[in-house]
Design a protein around this ligand. Structure first.
Ligand SMILES: O=C(O)C[C@@H](O)[C@H](O)C(=O)CO
Length: 274
């Protein structure tokens, strides 16, 4: 199995199903965890040096830190309802208590923080929606924590790709610290499929192909993108949702298209050629 793929595991006693630390990924910035809590279950996250963004992927919860309390947040019971999520930005060095008010699927996104910004609620009305691309490359995006919203280093976005389509495409990369052309950003993909037994494909590759991995990704798996291009393709019958976390030394999403496929942005027909 690819070292870039973290398969979903049954929830442990705390409800954790995924844990990608910088040590495990072999990089310096992004951390990602996923939890599945039962109704009434409580999760306590310790205080850490990182800033965090808790995304309620599905379900409702109350979230408490030493400086803030957000009671009964969350609305959608599945990401495939395609309504905007609720999220909480947590400043470094705060413990977090999460009480699940329904079955809860929670993503904990982490990256280095300086404590510049206080803990705050990110409500659906704080999140912009965007349709990107055309034809069979069309996808739908919610910008949960984009670069024009306060955070020290975290960038968080969720993306839907309908069956038989592509996204994170045409291929692009952000692995070189050379703004304004490109920024170095590590990235995780937390994948969901609908129906759940489906899979999608994700390739991670560099120009010189010293990295070139193609993965069959199942529901709730995580893909780590340390560098290179990272397109996703969905299969007939299965829609995809993924939650991306990105971070690096500069909090800007600047990327380079792979030249061979950049025409998809320009000349590919709006109906995908029929
Ligand atoms: O537009 C998309 O299809 C989503 C991607 O941009 C994704 O968020 C990513 O690859 C960021 O680098």
């Amino acid at each position: 199995m690819s070292r870039l793929l973290s398969r979903w595991k049954q929830p442990n006693a705390e409800g954790r199903t995924q844990s990608v630390t910088p040590e495990r990924a072999g990089w310096g910035y992004v951390g990602f965890e996923a939890y599945e809590l039962q109704e009434g279950q409580t999760l306590t996250l310790p205080a850490v040096r990182e800033e965090r963004c808790l995304v309620l992927v599905a379900g409702r919860a109350s979230v408490t830190t030493p400086s803030a309390q957000f009671n009964d947040i969350g609305e959608r019971m599945s990401p495939f309802e395609r309504i905007k999520p609720w999220a909480v930005y947590v400043t470094p060095q705060e413990t977090v208590q999460v009480k699940a008010l329904t079955a809860l699927e929670l993503a904990v996104c982490a990256a280095p923080g300086k404590g510049t910004y206080p803990t705050r609620l990110i409500a659906p009305e704080d999140i912009d929606a965007e349709a990107r691309g055309k034809g069979h490359n069309q996808r739908y995006v919610h910008n949960i924590l984009p670069e024009d919203r306060p955070a020290d280093s975290l960038l968080v976005v969720e993306v839907w790709t309908n069956e038989g389509r592509t996204s994170s495409y045409p291929s692009h990369k952000h692995d070189t610290d050379n703004p304004p052309q490109e920024t170095y950003l590590e990235e995780t993909y937390y994948h969901r499929l609908n129906p759940e037994q489906g899979f999608c494909m994700q390739r991670v590759y560099t120009d010189d192909r010293t990295l070139d991995e193609c993965m069959a990704v199942y529901n709730r798996d995580v893909v780590m993108v340390p560098k290179g291009y990272h397109p996703v393709a969905t299969m007939a019958g299965y829609d995809s949702y993924y939650l991306n976390v990105m971070a690096g030394p500069v909090r800007k999403w600047m990327f380079t298209w792979e030249e061979d496929h950049a025409w998809i942005n320009r000349d590919y027909p709006a109906d995908g050629g029929g």
